[in-house]
Each structure stands twice: as C-alpha cells, then as structure tokens.
Design a protein around this ligand. Structure first.
Ligand code: ACO
Length: 334
C-alpha cells in the first residue's frame, strides 16, 4: 500500500470583510452577542459581481496549492470537491474546476457532507492514493454561503455564523515518512432535520418553489437547531479525535496541531479543555472568517502552514461535526 502526503496548500477568501457591527444593518444583533456565543469577529462575504462562487473560489485556492506543490493542472489525476453550496443544483462543482483549471478529462467527484465535507473528501482521496490508482489529487473545500442566508432578524441565529471562502490541498503519493495515518468517518441520519436546507429537493422541486409556494415556508433557508447541534458537537468532536488517536497509539499530548472545523470557538475551547490540550496545539481562525463549512479546515490548515505552525513530521489532527449529522477525523503525519 502506498502512503499519502499533503504536498501543497492554498486558500482564498473574498476581499469583502463583514464585521459584526455591519450585520446590524440587516438584523437585530450586536457584536457582543456574536463574540460571546461564537468567537466570530468578522467574516468574508462575496459581493454581487465579484465573480466569487464555490467553483471559482475553489479554483483560486487550488492554483495556489498546485504552485506550492510544484505541479501543474496536467499533473492532477483526480478532483474531490466538498461543498454544501455548489454553483448548480447539478452538475457538481468538481467538473467546473476540471474545466477552469484546464486539467485533462480526469474524474471529478463532489462530496456533500457539509461541515465534515473536507474530512470525507481527504479520506476519499487518500484511498485512491493508497491503492495506487492515482498519484496526485486535488482536494477542495469551498463555500459561497452568504447568498443563501436569511439576513433578517428571523434568521439571525444562523446568519451571523457563516462565511465564504475556499481551501485546497494537493494529496500526492508519498516517497518518505509523511502519510495520512488513518481516517474516521461517522453519520447519524436520524438527525438530518436538525441542521438542514430542505428546498429545493426531491419533495420540493424548484418548479413547486416557483409556481405555488407558501410564502410562510422558509425551508429554502438553512435551519439549525443550534443548542441541539452544540450538545452533539461537544461530544462527537472529542470522540472522533480520541478514536483516531487510539488507532495510532497516540494521546492528545502527541498532537502537534489540532485543526478542528471552525464551527464555533466555544466548541473548540470545550474540546481543548476536555482533552487537556495547550493553546499552541489548536488552530482557531473562526474569529476572522466565521464558519466556512467544508472550507474551514483547508483554510485553517493553509493558514497554519503559512504561519509555520505545521511542519514536516508533525502529527496533525483534523476533526469535524455538522449537518447529517456527520463527523470524523483524519490523523496525519505531515
Ligand atoms: N444576535 C442576538 N441575539 C440572538 C442572535 C443574534 N445573532 N441569534 C439568536 N439570538 C437570541 C435568540 O433569539 C435567543 O433569545 P431568547 O432567549 O430571547 O429566545 C438567545 O439569543 C439565545 O439563542 P440560542 O439559539 O439559544 O443561542 P445559543 O447559545 O444556542 O447560541 C449558536 C446559538 C451560536 C448557534 C450555538 O447554538 C451554536 O454554536 N451551535 C452549534 C453550531 C454548529 O456547530 N453548527 C455545526 C456546523 S454548521 C454545518 O454543518 C453547516
């Protein structure tokens, strides 16, 4: 079996910074509430006409990752694209990336696992490398969420949390000790309705939305049972991390850097306390970008690498929990 190595990392976020105070233009909220409950200070939101979509932002992040990996789009054998906010209902954004980057007619796969999307995507890519089927895979997490939020006071529990952006990694066949040591994926679909966008979908296709939609029905906006999600998250995050550590005979103290999905700073702090980890062992940047769902881990990972917080040989652990419910972790020897 071959080993997998992250050989390039890139990120892209829209230029437009939206502070907590800016949000008071749309809804009854305030900086203090948002900071205290989530840790978020600002987020990036695309503006109409700036050309940012899940696919185009993914391409921008991917170009940086490719350059840092010393590869061109022609070297890429496969694309895995994680998003909950694709440009089209179908096809997925992976094929757009294949086209925009000018890759050969390689396979492109979309992953629909929301906040756990990048963990599922990296795991998928890892399997293709490990079996020897592919040598270089582009793994992208990208979200344009700002255009789908209810920005009125009615939607404030969700609207203040989410941001736009993209992160990408190149996963290549490893020729040294670097490897993805193990991956751990979980789901519990009985909670699908606790964090969801139901429309459009099989039960409510787009034509129903246009033709005879009940104006009171807001199921085309994200619904999140925040408290409920929070309670599950603080259990599942440590569980997924400990499962991965145990599989590799490691302890939380062996982690050089934990990169949790940036769901809420309070969740990360809870996990840190529970696992008795030091501040320098955890990457948090939700303060600047909000929750960018499938993009949050590759954005945080890229930023950690750029800041010198992630070095070759380090034990890097990712963990996520979100809609589905889905959760999981990757244990990486970087
Ligand atoms: N500004 C001001 N007040 C607000 C806001 C806001 N933006 N939003 C809600 N409030 C009010 C509510 O109306 C409520 O008021 P009330 O007590 O008078 O009814 C009060 O604040 C408390 O609301 P809660 O929803 O109970 O607040 P909570 O402490 O649960 O925090 C939050 C909400 C931040 C969403 C939290 O529940 C959370 O972080 N949940 C987990 C989020 C998460 O991890 N999601 C998974 C990833 S997302 C994905 O997978 C796509």
């Amino acid at each position: 079996m071959y080993k997998s190595k992250i050989t390039g990392l890139g990120k892209y976020v829209p230029d437009n910074i939206v502070t907590n105070n800016d949000l008071t233009k749309y809804m009854d909220t305030n900086d203090q509430w948002i900071r205290e409950r989530t840790g978020i200070e600002e987020r990036r939101w695309a503006v109409p006409g700036d050309g940012n979509t899940a696919a185009t932002m993914g391409v921008k992040a991917a170009k940086i990752a490719l350059e840092r990996a010393n590869l061109t789009p022609k070297d890429i054998d496969f694309i895995v694209f994680a998003t909950l906010s694709p440009d089209y209902y179908f096809p997925g954004s992976g094929v757009q990336v294949q086209d925009m980057l000018g890759c050969d007619t390689i396979g492109a796969l979309d992953v629909r696992n929301q906040c756990s999307g990048f963990i599922y995507a990296l795991t998928t890519a890892d399997q293709f490398i490990k079996t020897g089927m592919y040598k270089n895979i582009l793994v992208i997490g990208s979200e344009l969420q700002s255009t789908g939020l209810d920005l009125s006071t009615r939607g404030r529990g969700v609207g203040v949390i989410f941001g736009d952006g993209a992160g990408a990694v190149v996963l290549s066949r490893s020729d040294d000790d670097s490897d993805i040591l193990s991956n751990h994926l979980h789901s519990e679909g009985k909670y699908a309705s606790e964090l969801t966008v139901k429309v459009p979908g099989g039960e409510n296709p787009p034509n129903k939305l246009v033709e005879n939609w009940d104006p009171e029905d807001l199921t085309y906006y994200p619904y999140m049972n925040g408290n409920y999600v929070f309670k599950h998250a603080v259990t599942r995050f440590p569980e997924a991390i400990m499962e991965g550590l145990k599989a590799n005979n490691l302890t939380p103290q062996d982690i050089d850097l934990l990169i949790p999905h940036q769901a809420n700073l309070r969740i990360s702090q809870f996990v840190q306390k529970r696992l008795r980890m030091k501040d320098e062992q955890i990457m948090n940047n939700i303060q600047k970008y909000g929750n960018t769902t499938a993009a949050s881990i590759p954005i945080a990972m890229t930023e950690a690498w750029e800041q010198g917080r992630m070095k070759r040989g380090d034990i890097v652990v990712t963990a996520a929990f979100g809609s589905g419910f889905t959760w999981g972790s990757n244990i990486i020897k970087f």
